[in-house]
Design a protein around this ligand. Structure first.
Ligand SMILES: [Zn+2]
Length: 97
């Protein structure tokens, strides 16, 4: 499990693919030996160097929106998204009152 025992991430796909889904997001772990290019992480705006373990994330069903992230940056962003969603749910379905 990439994110610990209490992680909401559910394993999807074959073990070698290292793909996960949660909250409408699809995540793929990129192993260092498969990371051959330089990417820019949208979380911290720093470079992800080749041969670095990182993750590729996209909204489920929209693989063309895939972005490469540092794993810790995505974990932080995902926690923010979860918090926002929790607040939204607490506010209730109607935006009144
Ligand atoms: Zn980053």
């Amino acid at each position: 499990m990439p994110f610990g025992e209490r992680s909401p991430w559910r394993f999807r796909g074959s073990p070698l693919a290292l793909e996960w889904v949660a909250g409408g997001w699809h995540l793929r772990v990129v192993q260092p030996y498969r990371a051959t290019k330089l990417y820019r992480c949208p979380g911290c705006d720093q470079e992800i160097f080749p041969r670095t373990l990182h993750v590729v994330v996209w909204p489920e069903g929209n693989p063309e929106q895939r972005r490469h992230w540092h794993r810790s940056c995505w974990e932080r962003r995902y926690a923010e998204l979860e918090r926002a969603r929790e607040l939204e749910q607490r506010a209730g379905p109607s935006k009144k009152s």
